[in-house]
Each structure stands twice: as C-alpha cells, then as structure tokens.
Design a protein around this ligand. Structure first.
Ligand SMILES: C[S@@+](CC[C@H](N)C(=O)[O-])C[C@H]1O[C@@H](n2cnc3c(N)ncnc32)[C@H](O)[C@@H]1O
Length: 198
C-alpha cells in the first residue's frame, strides 16, 4: 500500500457522523437531477459513505457498482449493505484503473475522496470514458488543495501534498476527452468536478 492510500485500519473514521454535515451528498445528487433507474459505478467506495445516498438516488430500479481496490474495505461495505438491506448495490474488488464492467454501460461514475489516492488517474479516466454512455457523467468530489481555498477544515483530510490543484484536475479531465465543470460552491472544503464526454 502506498502512502496516499487510505489505511483500512482507520475505516471507522469514514463513518464519523460529522462527515455527513461536511459533505451532504444527497443534496449534490439532487442537483444532478433525477437519477432514478440509472446505472452508476462508484470508485473508491470505502465503507459506503457515498454508496448509500447514491443507491437511494438511483432507487430500486437503478444499480450501483461500488468499487474498491482494498479487500478489507469491500468486506466492511458488503456487511453494511447486508445490514441495511440494500439490494441495488453490487460490490467490486478491483482497481479503478481496470474495471470488470462493460463498455458504454453506465450513466455515471462517482468518486468521493478517492481521486487523489489513485495510482494512475490517466488510466482511470480512460476507464471512465470507456464505461460511460454518450450522455454519461463523471462526478468527482475531493478535498481542495490549500492553495485553492481559504476554507479548510484543520485536522481533517489528506496532507496537502497529496491534494490536487483544481487546475490539474481540470487539465487531466480535459486531456482525457471530457468537458469539465468545476464547482467550489457545493461544499465548504471540497471541490466537485463534473465531466461530460466530448
Ligand atoms: C479516503 S477513502 C474514501 C472512501 C469513501 N469514498 C468515503 O468517502 O468514505 C478512499 C478509498 O479509495 C480506495 N482506493 C484507493 N485507490 C484505489 C484504486 N486505485 N482503485 C479503487 N479504489 C481505490 C481506498 O481503498 C479507500 O477505500
């Protein structure tokens, strides 16, 4: 495991209830419009912080593939999905850079606090392009680099050295063939990047 990757021994921190106040994801999904019946993959799903509101947003007719490279996280997520009786989520233990999902099969790909951790974002972007249908969207939520914000949450999140500058996020998405919309107004200390296939 490299030093950017979240340590599964700290998994309980991901379920800290203050995160729902810092990152009210249900509100973000509402802003994305009606997702009912849609098919989404979630990269770096962890213990399901974003998976559960996404599964609610797509509803019983939709489906979420919750991806994580770390088997211990997938095990925790599976147990949670069973406990909460979520039947529209499938877990996938795989790297975001190489996913066992079909071409043009998804309406959306979501990544919450995982983009800065990936080993090869270029390969992950190529996978997202492959998996998304023409009108599909890539939605990334991650910590703002301190040079891009005056609104940090001290003591939380990854070290600044691991955070990505907004300009770099935009350049990488554009270079991979996405039109990108960057938003800093959805959350206090996190950006949202929405990519549409060009
Ligand atoms: C900081 S955690 C965030 C988890 C969850 N999205 C949340 O917000 O609570 C980042 C997750 O990304 C996963 N991850 C890191 N690199 C990955 C990769 N290349 N492919 C898939 N998952 C990855 C880690 O195992 C970890 O569970």
């Amino acid at each position: 495991m490299h030093d950017k990757r979240f340590d599964p021994a700290r998994a309980a921190r991901l379920d800290d209830e203050k995160r729902s106040r810092e990152l009210p994801l249900a509100a973000l999904f509402e802003r994305l419009g009606d997702l009912k019946g849609q098919r989404w993959a979630e990269l770096g799903a962890g213990t399901g912080f974003a998976t559960l509101p996404l599964a609610t947003a797509v509803g019983p007719a939709g489906r979420v593939w919750a991806v994580d490279v770390e088997p211990r996280m997938v095990k925790l997520l599976r147990a949670r999905l069973r406990r909460e009786q979520r039947f529209n989520v499938e877990t996938v233990c795989a790297p975001a850079e190489q996913l066992p999902l079909s071409d043009a099969s998804l309406d959306g790909v979501l990544g919450v606090i995982c983009w800065h951790e990936l080993d090869d974002r270029g390969a992950a972007l190529a996978e997202c392009r492959r998996l998304l249908r023409g009108s599909g969207r890539l939605v990334l939520v991650d910590w703002l680099h301190r040079d891009d914000t005056g609104a940090d949450l001290p003591g939380s999140g990854p070290s600044n050295a691991h955070r990505l500058r907004l300009a770099a996020v935009a350049d990488e998405l554009t270079g991979a063939g996405f039109n990108v919309e960057l938003r800093r107004d959805c959350f206090f200390a996190h950006y949202v990047a929405i990519g549409h296939k060009v």
